[in-house]
Design a protein around this ligand. Structure first.
Ligand SMILES: NC(=O)c1ccc[n+]([C@@H]2O[C@H](COP(=O)([O-])OP(=O)(O)OC[C@H]3O[C@@H](n4cnc5c(N)ncnc54)[C@H](OP(=O)(O)O)[C@@H]3O)[C@@H](O)[C@H]2O)c1
Length: 323
């Protein structure tokens, strides 16, 4: 698999990384640890070397599975994790101070917990799991991230940007204090292209493109009758008439693509990789067949300009995470 530079970190990361939210279980039903481990190992065998997890994913379960696989991998695998907001509110709320969300001691304490779950002394990348631009001038996050690097607990630091709000991290990227940003980027949400990507390229900040399949909407497998377990986060995401909207949008997209070669998930991933600002794309893939298909997709390279111009017409401003 091809690799790209993760900004200024010096890490050469695989174009497809592993989104490890789903394997934590809890908010993602319908998987088993055995299947997840097989899928992750197969992805690594095929050249994947970057994994994105978080302390919040299955309350440490995702980190524990990732740690097991990475320790046995026998090759360099880059691991990114995240500090959950102390107030447990995703996304960050306007007017809520950093002392309630990422106090200094709490950031260090969470990192220690993550390292324990992972069975590691250093994590490659530690990220704040939400970001509020009102915190920009506060010392709290600056000191905490600096401490993580100086103490050797994290090699690099970054932020995961609030859903569908890439511009909320522009000032942060300008500070030069974060090595990476993680952002929603897919055929439906193309908004990071406007301001964030030109800036990350200028500042040499790595970009981790998350939710490339729009939580499954861009796999083409959601129908009006798709049911999710009540505990499953997607039961909320695809609530009300959301499935109907998705079906309409996906049908229009497929019609416009006509006989463009490749299945929809493949085109969705190649869309992300066609932008040079993107360092790695991190689909969730709990099943071997998805890991194999997604890695094969990356190997086909960037999409041609004609296909890209079709996809540009299908940008869709929505926020299914919001209330
Ligand atoms: N705030 C944040 O920082 C934040 C928020 C969301 C996500 N993330 C990160 O981004 C990662 C990716 O997002 P996500 O996992 O939520 O959503 P996603 O990658 O957009 O979609 C995942 C869904 O697509 C399915 N899938 C994957 N490849 C497929 C293929 N080739 N064909 C058909 N279906 C396929 C998966 O199947 P399975 O169900 O079989 O796995 C899963 O149901 C997360 O795992 C996490 O690491 C971060």
């Amino acid at each position: 698999m091809n690799t790209r530079k993760l900004g200024r970190t010096g890490f050469e990361v695989s174009e497809i990384g592993y989104g490890a939210w789903g394997i934590g279980g809890g908010q993602w039903q319908g998987g088993t640890d055995e299947e997840s481990l097989r899928s992750l190992r197969r992805a690594i065998e095929l050249g994947l070397n970057f994994i994105d997890t978080a302390l919040a994913y299955g309350e440490g379960h995702s980190e524990q599975l990732v740690g097991r696989v990475v320790r046995d991998a026998g090759k360099r695998i880059y691991v990114a994790t995240k500090v959950p907001p102390k107030n447990q509110r995703w996304p960050a709320q306007k007017g809520v101070g950093i002392e309630e969300v990422f106090p200094y001691d709490y950031v260090i304490e969470c990192t220690n917990k993550s390292l324990k779950h992972l069975g590691m002394e250093t994590v490659d990348l530690q990220q704040l799991h939400v970001w509020n631009p009102e915190w920009i001038d506060h010392e709290e996050w600056r000191r905490a991230l600096e401490h993580l690097k100086k103490s050797g607990k994290a090699r690099a630091v970054g932020v995961s940007i609030n859903d569908h709000d890439p511009d909320s991290a522009l000032e942060l990227v300008k500070t030069g204090l974060v090595d990476t940003v993680q952002v929603i980027y897919n055929i439906f949400d193309q908004s990071p292209e406007r301001n964030l990507f030109p800036l990350t390229q200028k500042m040499n900040v790595g970009v981790i493109a998350r939710v490339p399949l729009d939580e499954g909407a861009l796999t083409g497998t959601i129908t009006e009758n798709t049911q999710f377990d009540k505990e499953d986060f997607r039961n909320y995401y695809f609530r009300g008439d959301h499935k109907k909207q998705v079906v309409r949008r996906v049908n229009a997209l497929k019609k416009d693509l006509g006989n463009v070669d490749g299945a929809l998930p493949e085109i969705a991933l190649r869309f992300c990789l066609s932008n040079p600002a993107v360092s790695t794309v991190i689909p969730g893939m709990r099943r071997i067949r998805n890991a194999e298909a997604n890695i094969a997709a990356a190997e086909k390279g960037a999409l041609d300009e004609k296909t890209m111009s079709v996809l540009r017409r299908h940008a869709w401003e929505k926020n299914f995470y919001g209330v």
